[in-house]
Design a protein around this ligand. Structure first.
Ligand code: KG4
Ligand code: ZN
Length: 396
Protein backbone atom coordinates (compact mmCIF):
# COMPACT_ATOMS: atom_id res chain seq x y z
CA UNK A 1 0.00 0.00 0.00
CA UNK A 2 1.35 3.42 -0.92
CA UNK A 3 2.13 5.56 2.12
CA UNK A 4 0.71 9.10 2.52
CA UNK A 5 2.80 11.85 0.88
CA UNK A 6 5.25 13.52 3.24
CA UNK A 7 6.70 16.16 0.90
CA UNK A 8 10.17 14.82 1.77
CA UNK A 9 12.83 14.57 -0.93
CA UNK A 10 16.28 13.11 -0.40
CA UNK A 11 18.74 15.07 -2.54
CA UNK A 12 22.11 13.64 -3.59
CA UNK A 13 24.95 15.65 -5.15
CA UNK A 14 28.30 14.25 -6.32
CA UNK A 15 29.12 16.32 -9.41
CA UNK A 16 32.55 17.55 -8.34
CA UNK A 17 34.46 17.40 -5.06
CA UNK A 18 31.72 17.39 -2.42
CA UNK A 19 29.71 14.31 -1.50
CA UNK A 20 26.42 15.74 -0.30
CA UNK A 21 22.98 14.53 0.82
CA UNK A 22 20.05 16.48 2.23
CA UNK A 23 16.41 16.05 3.20
CA UNK A 24 14.13 18.94 2.21
CA UNK A 25 10.38 19.17 2.80
CA UNK A 26 8.16 20.74 0.11
CA UNK A 27 11.22 22.27 -1.54
CA UNK A 28 11.29 24.92 1.16
CA UNK A 29 12.30 23.46 4.53
CA UNK A 30 15.77 22.03 5.07
CA UNK A 31 15.66 19.16 7.57
CA UNK A 32 19.30 18.22 7.01
CA UNK A 33 22.12 19.23 4.69
CA UNK A 34 25.26 17.07 4.96
CA UNK A 35 28.42 17.81 2.97
CA UNK A 36 31.62 15.73 3.04
CA UNK A 37 34.24 17.98 1.51
CA UNK A 38 37.19 16.53 -0.39
CA UNK A 39 39.22 19.73 -0.23
CA UNK A 40 42.04 18.16 1.84
CA UNK A 41 42.31 15.32 -0.74
CA UNK A 42 42.68 17.64 -3.74
CA UNK A 43 44.51 20.58 -2.11
CA UNK A 44 48.02 19.11 -2.60
CA UNK A 45 47.33 18.97 -6.37
CA UNK A 46 45.97 22.53 -6.56
CA UNK A 47 42.80 21.32 -8.31
CA UNK A 48 40.27 18.50 -8.42
CA UNK A 49 41.73 15.14 -9.51
CA UNK A 50 38.78 13.30 -11.15
CA UNK A 51 39.90 9.76 -10.20
CA UNK A 52 40.38 10.74 -6.58
CA UNK A 53 36.99 12.48 -6.56
CA UNK A 54 35.18 9.32 -7.73
CA UNK A 55 36.99 7.21 -5.15
CA UNK A 56 36.13 9.61 -2.34
CA UNK A 57 32.48 9.76 -3.42
CA UNK A 58 32.32 5.95 -3.29
CA UNK A 59 33.78 5.99 0.18
CA UNK A 60 31.51 8.77 1.44
CA UNK A 61 28.14 8.31 -0.24
CA UNK A 62 26.56 5.83 2.18
CA UNK A 63 27.72 7.51 5.42
CA UNK A 64 26.66 10.93 4.08
CA UNK A 65 23.17 9.70 3.14
CA UNK A 66 22.77 7.94 6.50
CA UNK A 67 23.83 11.10 8.33
CA UNK A 68 21.39 13.24 6.32
CA UNK A 69 18.49 10.90 7.15
CA UNK A 70 19.48 10.64 10.82
CA UNK A 71 19.83 14.41 11.21
CA UNK A 72 16.45 14.92 9.56
CA UNK A 73 14.97 12.26 11.87
CA UNK A 74 13.39 10.39 8.96
CA UNK A 75 13.71 6.92 7.47
CA UNK A 76 13.93 5.80 3.84
CA UNK A 77 10.21 4.91 3.98
CA UNK A 78 9.27 8.50 4.80
CA UNK A 79 10.65 9.84 1.53
CA UNK A 80 8.42 10.83 -1.39
CA UNK A 81 11.30 10.72 -3.90
CA UNK A 82 15.05 10.62 -4.44
CA UNK A 83 16.67 13.43 -6.44
CA UNK A 84 20.17 13.36 -7.89
CA UNK A 85 22.44 15.64 -9.90
CA UNK A 86 22.64 14.26 -13.46
CA UNK A 87 25.11 16.89 -14.77
CA UNK A 88 27.04 18.93 -15.59
CA UNK A 89 30.12 17.70 -13.75
CA UNK A 90 32.82 15.03 -13.71
CA UNK A 91 31.56 11.82 -15.35
CA UNK A 92 32.93 9.40 -12.77
CA UNK A 93 31.86 11.59 -9.86
CA UNK A 94 28.31 12.02 -11.20
CA UNK A 95 28.02 8.26 -11.81
CA UNK A 96 28.57 7.45 -8.15
CA UNK A 97 25.59 9.58 -7.08
CA UNK A 98 23.43 8.45 -9.98
CA UNK A 99 24.11 4.72 -9.53
CA UNK A 100 23.47 4.99 -5.81
CA UNK A 101 20.26 6.99 -6.29
CA UNK A 102 18.95 4.66 -8.96
CA UNK A 103 19.47 1.60 -6.76
CA UNK A 104 17.87 3.38 -3.83
CA UNK A 105 14.80 4.50 -5.75
CA UNK A 106 14.42 1.03 -7.31
CA UNK A 107 14.69 -0.81 -4.01
CA UNK A 108 12.34 1.64 -2.24
CA UNK A 109 9.91 1.83 -5.19
CA UNK A 110 10.08 5.62 -4.97
CA UNK A 111 10.38 8.01 -7.92
CA UNK A 112 13.78 9.24 -9.04
CA UNK A 113 14.27 12.84 -10.23
CA UNK A 114 17.29 14.03 -12.23
CA UNK A 115 18.39 17.61 -11.51
CA UNK A 116 20.72 19.89 -13.45
CA UNK A 117 23.44 21.10 -11.07
CA UNK A 118 23.09 24.69 -12.35
CA UNK A 119 19.36 24.68 -11.71
CA UNK A 120 20.25 23.48 -8.23
CA UNK A 121 22.41 26.56 -7.65
CA UNK A 122 19.50 28.82 -8.66
CA UNK A 123 17.19 26.96 -6.29
CA UNK A 124 19.63 27.44 -3.42
CA UNK A 125 18.44 31.07 -3.39
CA UNK A 126 14.75 30.27 -3.95
CA UNK A 127 14.83 27.64 -1.22
CA UNK A 128 16.21 30.01 1.39
CA UNK A 129 13.73 32.71 0.38
CA UNK A 130 10.87 30.23 0.71
CA UNK A 131 12.28 29.09 4.05
CA UNK A 132 12.19 32.70 5.27
CA UNK A 133 8.73 32.98 3.67
CA UNK A 134 9.97 36.16 2.00
CA UNK A 135 9.34 35.39 -1.59
CA UNK A 136 6.94 32.69 -2.63
CA UNK A 137 7.30 31.36 -6.15
CA UNK A 138 3.74 32.33 -6.96
CA UNK A 139 4.56 35.91 -6.06
CA UNK A 140 7.07 36.35 -8.86
CA UNK A 141 5.50 38.65 -11.43
CA UNK A 142 4.32 36.63 -14.42
CA UNK A 143 5.80 37.61 -17.75
CA UNK A 144 8.95 39.17 -16.36
CA UNK A 145 11.84 36.78 -15.82
CA UNK A 146 14.30 36.54 -12.96
CA UNK A 147 17.93 36.98 -14.03
CA UNK A 148 20.20 34.40 -12.39
CA UNK A 149 23.99 34.66 -12.43
CA UNK A 150 25.44 31.22 -11.68
CA UNK A 151 29.10 31.75 -11.00
CA UNK A 152 31.19 28.84 -9.77
CA UNK A 153 34.39 26.88 -10.34
CA UNK A 154 33.05 25.33 -13.52
CA UNK A 155 30.47 27.85 -14.74
CA UNK A 156 29.75 31.48 -15.39
CA UNK A 157 26.25 31.66 -16.81
CA UNK A 158 23.41 34.14 -16.98
CA UNK A 159 19.93 32.62 -17.12
CA UNK A 160 16.46 34.04 -17.46
CA UNK A 161 14.32 31.93 -15.13
CA UNK A 162 10.54 31.84 -15.37
CA UNK A 163 8.00 30.08 -13.24
CA UNK A 164 4.98 29.05 -15.24
CA UNK A 165 1.96 28.17 -13.16
CA UNK A 166 -1.11 27.01 -15.00
CA UNK A 167 -4.40 27.28 -13.15
CA UNK A 168 -4.92 23.53 -13.24
CA UNK A 169 -1.44 22.19 -12.58
CA UNK A 170 1.48 23.27 -10.43
CA UNK A 171 4.20 25.33 -12.08
CA UNK A 172 7.45 24.30 -13.69
CA UNK A 173 10.58 26.42 -14.04
CA UNK A 174 11.99 27.18 -17.48
CA UNK A 175 15.37 28.71 -18.27
CA UNK A 176 17.02 30.60 -21.10
CA UNK A 177 20.78 31.01 -21.28
CA UNK A 178 21.57 34.67 -22.10
CA UNK A 179 25.23 34.92 -21.12
CA UNK A 180 28.22 32.72 -20.49
CA UNK A 181 31.99 32.58 -20.42
CA UNK A 182 33.83 31.92 -23.65
CA UNK A 183 36.78 30.37 -21.80
CA UNK A 184 37.49 30.02 -18.05
CA UNK A 185 34.80 30.21 -15.38
CA UNK A 186 35.16 33.02 -12.82
CA UNK A 187 35.85 30.55 -9.99
CA UNK A 188 38.45 28.85 -12.14
CA UNK A 189 40.18 32.24 -12.56
CA UNK A 190 40.18 32.71 -8.77
CA UNK A 191 41.64 29.21 -8.37
CA UNK A 192 44.31 29.62 -11.07
CA UNK A 193 45.40 33.08 -9.92
CA UNK A 194 45.64 31.87 -6.31
CA UNK A 195 47.72 28.92 -7.47
CA UNK A 196 50.13 31.05 -9.50
CA UNK A 197 50.56 33.41 -6.52
CA UNK A 198 51.47 30.48 -4.25
CA UNK A 199 48.22 30.53 -2.25
CA UNK A 200 45.99 27.62 -1.20
CA UNK A 201 43.18 25.69 -2.88
CA UNK A 202 40.41 26.44 -3.68
CA UNK A 203 41.65 29.93 -4.40
CA UNK A 204 38.41 31.93 -4.04
CA UNK A 205 38.29 32.09 -0.24
CA UNK A 206 42.04 32.95 -0.09
CA UNK A 207 41.71 35.86 -2.50
CA UNK A 208 38.49 36.98 -0.78
CA UNK A 209 40.32 37.07 2.58
CA UNK A 210 43.50 38.79 1.31
CA UNK A 211 41.97 41.36 -1.10
CA UNK A 212 40.82 43.82 1.61
CA UNK A 213 44.52 44.25 2.57
CA UNK A 214 45.50 45.59 -0.86
CA UNK A 215 44.67 48.55 -3.08
CA UNK A 216 42.06 47.50 -5.69
CA UNK A 217 43.00 50.39 -7.99
CA UNK A 218 46.74 49.62 -7.99
CA UNK A 219 46.80 47.50 -11.17
CA UNK A 220 44.28 48.47 -13.86
CA UNK A 221 43.14 45.38 -15.76
CA UNK A 222 41.14 45.81 -18.93
CA UNK A 223 38.38 43.56 -20.20
CA UNK A 224 38.00 45.49 -23.45
CA UNK A 225 39.70 42.80 -25.58
CA UNK A 226 36.99 40.31 -24.61
CA UNK A 227 34.27 42.01 -26.59
CA UNK A 228 36.38 41.97 -29.72
CA UNK A 229 37.03 38.26 -29.28
CA UNK A 230 33.35 37.46 -28.79
CA UNK A 231 32.35 39.57 -31.77
CA UNK A 232 34.82 37.73 -33.96
CA UNK A 233 33.28 34.43 -32.93
CA UNK A 234 29.72 35.65 -33.33
CA UNK A 235 27.73 35.57 -36.54
CA UNK A 236 28.67 38.31 -39.01
CA UNK A 237 26.26 41.16 -39.40
CA UNK A 238 24.16 42.86 -36.76
CA UNK A 239 25.52 43.11 -33.25
CA UNK A 240 23.72 40.74 -30.92
CA UNK A 241 23.02 42.70 -27.72
CA UNK A 242 23.45 39.57 -25.64
CA UNK A 243 27.13 39.51 -26.59
CA UNK A 244 27.53 42.30 -24.10
CA UNK A 245 26.77 39.65 -21.51
CA UNK A 246 29.53 37.22 -22.46
CA UNK A 247 32.51 36.75 -20.15
CA UNK A 248 36.16 35.83 -20.59
CA UNK A 249 38.56 35.29 -17.71
CA UNK A 250 41.60 33.69 -19.30
CA UNK A 251 43.10 37.07 -20.30
CA UNK A 252 43.31 38.42 -16.76
CA UNK A 253 45.06 35.26 -15.60
CA UNK A 254 47.72 35.73 -18.30
CA UNK A 255 48.02 39.44 -17.42
CA UNK A 256 48.71 38.51 -13.81
CA UNK A 257 51.34 35.96 -14.81
CA UNK A 258 53.02 38.66 -16.93
CA UNK A 259 52.86 41.11 -14.01
CA UNK A 260 54.61 38.63 -11.69
CA UNK A 261 57.38 38.21 -14.27
CA UNK A 262 57.82 41.91 -15.03
CA UNK A 263 58.15 42.68 -11.31
CA UNK A 264 60.24 39.57 -10.61
CA UNK A 265 57.85 38.24 -8.02
CA UNK A 266 58.71 34.53 -8.55
CA UNK A 267 61.16 34.14 -5.63
CA UNK A 268 58.66 35.54 -3.10
CA UNK A 269 55.86 33.40 -4.63
CA UNK A 270 57.99 30.25 -4.26
CA UNK A 271 58.92 31.18 -0.68
CA UNK A 272 55.22 31.63 0.18
CA UNK A 273 54.28 28.34 -1.49
CA UNK A 274 56.96 26.49 0.50
CA UNK A 275 56.04 28.17 3.79
CA UNK A 276 52.35 27.30 3.39
CA UNK A 277 53.15 23.73 2.28
CA UNK A 278 55.04 23.24 5.53
CA UNK A 279 51.89 23.94 7.59
CA UNK A 280 49.51 21.04 8.40
CA UNK A 281 46.33 22.99 7.50
CA UNK A 282 47.29 26.32 5.93
CA UNK A 283 44.69 29.11 6.11
CA UNK A 284 44.41 32.52 4.40
CA UNK A 285 45.43 34.23 7.67
CA UNK A 286 48.75 32.30 7.48
CA UNK A 287 49.35 33.81 4.02
CA UNK A 288 48.87 37.45 5.03
CA UNK A 289 52.29 37.93 6.66
CA UNK A 290 53.82 36.12 3.66
CA UNK A 291 52.43 38.66 1.15
CA UNK A 292 54.18 41.96 0.38
CA UNK A 293 52.38 45.14 -0.67
CA UNK A 294 52.78 44.44 -4.39
CA UNK A 295 51.19 40.98 -4.02
CA UNK A 296 48.29 42.27 -1.92
CA UNK A 297 47.66 45.08 -4.43
CA UNK A 298 47.67 42.54 -7.26
CA UNK A 299 45.18 40.31 -5.43
CA UNK A 300 42.88 43.25 -4.62
CA UNK A 301 43.04 44.55 -8.20
CA UNK A 302 42.28 41.11 -9.65
CA UNK A 303 39.24 40.65 -7.43
CA UNK A 304 37.93 44.16 -8.11
CA UNK A 305 38.27 43.66 -11.88
CA UNK A 306 36.51 40.30 -11.93
CA UNK A 307 33.71 41.47 -9.63
CA UNK A 308 33.16 44.65 -11.64
CA UNK A 309 33.11 42.75 -14.93
CA UNK A 310 30.55 40.27 -13.53
CA UNK A 311 28.53 43.17 -12.13
CA UNK A 312 28.53 45.27 -15.28
CA UNK A 313 27.42 42.44 -17.56
CA UNK A 314 24.85 41.05 -15.13
CA UNK A 315 23.13 44.41 -14.71
CA UNK A 316 23.31 45.02 -18.45
CA UNK A 317 21.59 41.65 -19.03
CA UNK A 318 18.93 42.57 -16.47
CA UNK A 319 18.32 45.78 -18.41
CA UNK A 320 18.26 44.12 -21.86
CA UNK A 321 15.86 41.40 -20.72
CA UNK A 322 13.70 43.53 -18.37
CA UNK A 323 14.38 41.25 -15.42
CA UNK A 324 12.18 41.76 -12.38
CA UNK A 325 15.08 40.89 -10.05
CA UNK A 326 18.54 39.31 -9.86
CA UNK A 327 19.73 36.13 -8.15
CA UNK A 328 23.44 35.35 -7.74
CA UNK A 329 24.51 31.83 -6.83
CA UNK A 330 27.37 29.32 -7.06
CA UNK A 331 30.65 29.21 -5.14
CA UNK A 332 31.85 32.66 -6.22
CA UNK A 333 28.62 34.16 -4.84
CA UNK A 334 30.25 33.62 -1.44
CA UNK A 335 32.70 36.42 -2.29
CA UNK A 336 32.25 39.37 0.06
CA UNK A 337 33.28 42.12 -2.33
CA UNK A 338 30.94 40.69 -4.97
CA UNK A 339 28.04 40.82 -2.52
CA UNK A 340 28.80 44.38 -1.45
CA UNK A 341 29.22 45.77 -4.95
CA UNK A 342 26.27 43.92 -6.48
CA UNK A 343 24.06 45.00 -3.58
CA UNK A 344 25.09 48.66 -3.98
CA UNK A 345 24.42 48.57 -7.72
CA UNK A 346 21.04 46.91 -7.18
CA UNK A 347 20.07 49.62 -4.69
CA UNK A 348 21.09 52.30 -7.19
CA UNK A 349 18.96 50.68 -9.90
CA UNK A 350 16.06 49.85 -7.54
CA UNK A 351 16.33 46.22 -8.60
CA UNK A 352 15.80 43.53 -5.94
CA UNK A 353 18.79 41.18 -5.56
CA UNK A 354 19.28 37.97 -3.58
CA UNK A 355 22.19 35.69 -2.68
CA UNK A 356 22.25 32.33 -0.92
CA UNK A 357 23.79 32.11 2.54
CA UNK A 358 27.52 31.43 2.28
CA UNK A 359 27.03 27.74 3.13
CA UNK A 360 24.40 27.37 0.40
CA UNK A 361 26.54 29.17 -2.22
CA UNK A 362 28.92 26.26 -2.68
CA UNK A 363 27.87 22.74 -3.70
CA UNK A 364 25.30 21.06 -1.50
CA UNK A 365 22.38 18.64 -1.87
CA UNK A 366 19.61 20.76 -0.32
CA UNK A 367 19.61 22.82 -3.52
CA UNK A 368 19.18 19.60 -5.54
CA UNK A 369 16.25 18.45 -3.42
CA UNK A 370 14.67 21.92 -3.69
CA UNK A 371 15.02 22.05 -7.48
CA UNK A 372 13.45 18.58 -7.64
CA UNK A 373 10.27 19.59 -5.81
CA UNK A 374 8.51 21.37 -8.73
CA UNK A 375 9.56 18.44 -10.94
CA UNK A 376 8.00 16.01 -8.46
CA UNK A 377 4.77 18.03 -8.47
CA UNK A 378 4.64 18.20 -12.26
CA UNK A 379 5.55 14.51 -12.70
CA UNK A 380 8.87 15.33 -14.38
CA UNK A 381 10.56 12.09 -13.26
CA UNK A 382 13.78 10.45 -14.46
CA UNK A 383 13.65 7.65 -17.00
CA UNK A 384 15.27 4.31 -16.21
CA UNK A 385 17.98 5.29 -18.68
CA UNK A 386 19.13 8.23 -16.54
CA UNK A 387 22.90 8.50 -16.72
CA UNK A 388 25.69 11.00 -16.09
CA UNK A 389 25.62 13.99 -18.47
CA UNK A 390 28.99 15.72 -17.96
CA UNK A 391 28.13 18.59 -20.35
CA UNK A 392 24.43 18.92 -19.56
CA UNK A 393 23.15 22.38 -20.51
CA UNK A 394 20.39 24.25 -18.72
CA UNK A 395 17.58 25.71 -20.79
CA UNK A 396 17.79 26.87 -24.37
O1 KG4 B 1 29.73 26.01 -6.68
P1 KG4 B 1 31.04 25.43 -6.26
O2 KG4 B 1 31.16 24.91 -4.87
O3 KG4 B 1 31.48 24.26 -7.20
C1 KG4 B 1 31.27 24.28 -8.58
O4 KG4 B 1 30.14 23.97 -9.01
O5 KG4 B 1 32.24 24.67 -9.26
O6 KG4 B 1 32.14 26.57 -6.55
C2 KG4 B 1 33.49 26.40 -6.24
C3 KG4 B 1 34.22 27.65 -6.72
C4 KG4 B 1 35.74 27.54 -6.62
O7 KG4 B 1 36.31 28.01 -7.82
C5 KG4 B 1 36.06 28.49 -5.46
O8 KG4 B 1 37.35 29.08 -5.57
C6 KG4 B 1 34.98 29.52 -5.61
O9 KG4 B 1 33.82 28.78 -5.95
N1 KG4 B 1 34.76 30.24 -4.34
C7 KG4 B 1 34.96 31.56 -4.21
C8 KG4 B 1 34.70 31.86 -2.85
N2 KG4 B 1 34.32 30.70 -2.21
C9 KG4 B 1 34.37 29.72 -3.15
N3 KG4 B 1 35.35 32.49 -5.10
C10 KG4 B 1 35.48 33.76 -4.65
N4 KG4 B 1 35.27 34.12 -3.35
C11 KG4 B 1 34.88 33.21 -2.43
N5 KG4 B 1 34.67 33.58 -1.17
ZN1 ZN C 1 28.40 24.05 -8.19
Amino acid sequence: MASAPTGLILGIETSCDETAAAVVRHGSEILSNTVASQIPVHAPYGGVVPELASREHLRNILPVVRTALAEAGVSYDDLDAVAVTEGPGLAGALLVGISFSKSLSFSLSKPLIGVNHLEGHIHAVLLEEAQRAEQVNEATAPGRPILALVVSGGHTHLYLAKWSAGSAKPGAWTYRNVGRTVDDAAGEAFDKVAKLLGLGYPGGPWIDALAPHGNPDAVPFSFSQIKAKVHRRGAPGALDPTQETYFSFSGIKTAILRHTRVFEMEPSIEARRAALAALPTPKPSDALPLCDRRTLDLIASFQRSVVDDLKRKTFRAAEIHHAQRILVSGGVAANRELRVRFTAQAAEEHLPIAFPSVAMSTDNAAMIAAAAWPKFLTGDLAAETLTAEPSLALGR
